[in-house]
Design a protein around this ligand. Sequence first.
Ligand code: SAH
Length: 223
Amino acid sequence: MKVSVITIFPDFFPGPLGISIVARAIEQDALSVECIDPRAFTDDLHRTVDDAPFGGGAGMVMKIEPIADALDAAGPGRRVMFTPAGAPLSQEHLDRWAGEAHLVLLCGRYEGIDQRVADHLIDEEVSLGDFVLAGGEVAALAVIEGVARLLPGVLGNPSSIEHESFRDGLLEEPQYTRPAEFRGWRVPDVLLSGNHAAVDEWRHEERVRRTRERRPDLLGDSS
Ligand code: SAH
């Protein structure tokens, strides 16, 4: 899979892309990531990518021309733009995008991007949540990491993908490892019992209980 990130801050990426699962995905050729800087498509002295908003108001807006040129340079692919006005990013997006040959991620800066980009040049708009970042680069990294771990052969134990939060509309159960007791805080007895059926039942109950307590919005009819 190829990911093209359109960003005026390409320096954001090499550090995080060189670590752990994403680095392994790139090393294995399961993933390649390129950055395309809209500034490369400007021809004025100052390489201007932003301008004052029509209608007045605070801040600057990213211009359409350098972004349109950067999208053209990226070539055909699934085009995703980051904006607080987008759909909340979910595992469903990542599952779907992990099946794409080419993902194009567009990072905004300043007050955001000329609306005509979203209206005419983009397939999907997503948000990391109900808060405002300074740019889309952190969101792009979140998508790259979330997708990389789904690519075939990247995770050591692929079954961990099937049994994690959100797979069946439930959060994951709490997990424990040695020691069985620390400062008087004991691991639930059932996990030490060796009774696999009881462990499975406990895990399922915990997933339902946690989801009900923390994320009732996730619980459909399956509860
Ligand atoms: N003026 C905009 C915020 C612009 S922040 C507003 O009020 O909605 C600048 C850029 O950061 C955005 O174009 C977007 O690419 C990115 N960004 C900010 N918050 C984000 C979020 N919650 N999710 C995804 N991208 C975000």
